[in-house]
Design a protein around this ligand. Structure first.
Ligand SMILES: [Zn+2]
Length: 231
């Protein structure tokens, strides 16, 4: 059985940049585990952290259900303060997760953290360190710094720009699902508020990832697993 492990920082990090990929693999029978480092409790101005955490956990549960994520977990770190966690403890926790789940593919933030958010950068560092220590037979992908992340249809980022071979995941049939998942995060004023079918028609058809481990050269990837590559 194929298993995909996705480790991100906040509720909603999953749906907008890579919701199509999660929906596609879940629909294809892959067991998708989503790990969220925080509950995004700093994310609703004017609402207490405790109330925000409850609301955003519910939103993420709803989005996970829409996407077909079968296993949703939280690391319990503080929103906005992930960089301050004890790195050894966090890496040990993540190594345990990697060894338990034994995913053939892992997705996390790249060194740009998409937006440069300090929590995203911390998750990038911690997950990469844990992956290197876990010693499992798997692939590590970063969400690629690409125009596609910001809606540039069909623009495959160059390997030099992306920092390694790029996996281009065709998510065309899953864009409506992606929009529905994005809309679950109502507290974050999601960018596609309209009719899901109509909104999906304006979204790009591919999501892009950079293969960080193992370091393969001259390879074009059409999927995240090792049977989906062209040398
Ligand atoms: Zn985030």
């Amino acid at each position: 059985m194929k298993r995909l492990l996705v480790i991100l920082a906040h509720p909603d990090d999953e749906s907008f940049p890579i919701g199509g990929t999660l929906a596609r693999y879940a629909a294809e029978g892959v067991a998708v585990t989503l790990v969220c480092a925080t509950k995004g409790e700093a994310g609703i101005p004017g609402l207490s952290a405790a109330a925000t955490a409850v609301r955003r956990e519910q939103e993420l549960q709803a989005a996970a259900q829409v996407l077909g994520v079968s296993d949703l977990r939280f690391l319990g770190y503080r929103d906005g303060h992930v960089a301050e966690v004890d790195a050894d403890t966090a890496v040990t926790q993540l190594v345990g997760l990697l060894r338990e789940i034994q995913p053939q593919a892992v997705i996390t933030f790249g060194p740009d953290g998409i937006s440069g958010h300090p929590d995203h950068l911390a998750v990038h560092r911690l997950v990469t360190a844990a992956f290197d220590r876990a010693g499992i037979d798997s692939r590590l992908y970063y969400i690629a710094p690409s125009a596609a992340t910001y809606q540039g249809c069909g623009v495959i980022p160059a390997a030099e720009e992306a920092g390694g071979p790029v996996a281009a995941i065709d998510v065309g049939p899953y864009l409506i699902t992606k929009v529905r998942a994005v809309q679950c995060h109502a507290s974050q004023n999601p960018p596609f508020p309209g009719d899901p079918e109509e909104e999906a028609s304006r979204l790009v058809c591919h999501e892009y990832f950079t293969l960080a481990r193992p370091r393969l050269a001259d390879v074009t990837l059409t999927g995240l697993f090792d049977d989906q590559e062209i040398f």
